[in-house]
Design a protein around this ligand. Structure first.
Ligand code: MRU
Length: 351
């Protein structure tokens, strides 16, 4: 299993995704501020991975606190949570991860726990979230495998793999699970400009698993679809609104329309923590704007003339009407999504 992130006695260890595929190096974050930097700089990225990273960030902040009173610790926890919440706005998993440790902290304080007990409990909770994330990926795989073609080519956009989760992956987990169940699948990975998650990360992790992978530029998918070369599309998600509108890496929206035009199923795979019932439609999802230099420069080299205008929204929203199904660890959601999401929310959950 690719070690995307790991809680160690010395800190939280992250595989540096900015260096892949050329270098396999690690960054050890020993404070919550360092975890925040790791998330902001996309050393770790992908919604489920940043959710658990943020939880570990809150836990390390509490665990390493030098304060001796609960009042002082609570004031510090406010700062820790605010700092981590300010790193990236779109993936709701980040806020879910912070909220889960914060809620536990509040419950422990209300229950009269001492500081040592709180420190131990929050670290254990963050580590449990790590295990749950891998279990959720495996469950998504189990639910979604049958949706993949028995034999054929599947297109994916960005990286929704082991590197974007604590292991195994959401969209790539479904592909892995289908292959484990005997499907013959090769993967087309959109390069995913400007950060190149497809070219650098999806290609790297699938090749490690000996899964046949081909990288294409983002503007080539329509052509290949028109030639019958793509049997299904599967992507991850950063936030799914209550009506099924799905925010994912910039370019996903265009792929969804192309898939619709060519009659190709378009699947989203995401853990339940990506569903944001408080956001009713995609219009309410905040879209992260990243630095212009991600677009103007490639590998340190300037690609555009000085002074030209630059757009760099990191995500877009795919309307629910283009989504064939949403694969979660709880099961498969189908349209109308308001109803299927509400019904599955109400069910008793094993994970
Ligand atoms: O900017 P990133 O690399 O964090 O964006 C990641 C994506 O858009 C992924 O597709 C999404 O988080 C799902 S990961 C299972």
């Amino acid at each position: 299993m690719i070690p995307t992130l790991e809680w160690l006695p010395t800190g939280v260890n992250f595989l540096d995704q900015t260096k892949l595929p050329l270098e396999e190096t690690y960054v050890l974050a020993t404070s919550y501020q360092e975890v925040a930097t790791v998330i902001r700089d996309m050393i770790v990225r992908g919604a489920p991975a940043i959710g658990v990273s943020a939880a570990m960030g809150v836990a390390i902040g509490i665990d390493r606190s030098k304060t001796t009173t609960l009042d002082a610790l609570t004031a510090e926890v406010d700062v820790i949570c605010d700092t981590l919440a300010a790193t990236r706005p779109t993936a709701v998993n980040l806020f879910w991860g912070i909220g889960r440790i914060r809620d536990l902290y509040n419950r422990l304080v209300e229950g009269g726990a001492d500081i040592a007990t709180i420190k131990k409990a929050v670290v254990e909770e963050a580590c449990q979230m790590y295990d749950e994330d891998i279990a959720a990926c495996k469950q998504m795989g189990a639910h979604g495998a049958a949706l993949m073609p028995k034999t054929g080519t599947v297109l994916t956009h960005c990286n929704a793999g082991a590197l974007a989760t604590c292991g195994y992956g959401s969209a790539l987990g479904v592909i892995r699970a289908a292959i484990e169940r005997g499907h013959t699948i090769d993967v087309l990975a959109d390069e995913t400009r400007p950060f190149l998650q497809g070219a650098r990360l999806t290609a790297w992790e699938l090749m490690k698993d000996n899964i046949q992978t081909t990288v294409l530029c983002d503007n080539m998918a329509g052509h290949l679809m028109s030639k019958g070369r793509i049997q299904a599309v599967i992507v991850g998600a950063d936030r799914i609104a209550a009506n099924g509108d799905t925010a994912n890496k910039i370019g996903t929206y265009s792929v969804s329309i192309l898939a619709k035009e060519h009659g190709i199923p378009f699947y989203v795979a995401a853990p339940w923590s990506t569903i944001d019932l408080a956001t009713l439609t995609g219009d309410g999802i905040p879209i992260e704007q990243r630095a212009a230099t991600e677009v103007t420069h490639s590998n340190g080299k300037q690609m555009t003339p000085d002074g030209v205008g630059i757009e760099n929204p990191a995500f877009d929203v795919t309307p629910a009407k283009y989504v064939t199904a949403i694969i979660t660890e709880r099961g498969i959601l189908r349209a109308p999504y308001e109803e299927s999401i509400r019904a599955m929310t109400a069910q008793e959950q094993p994970i």
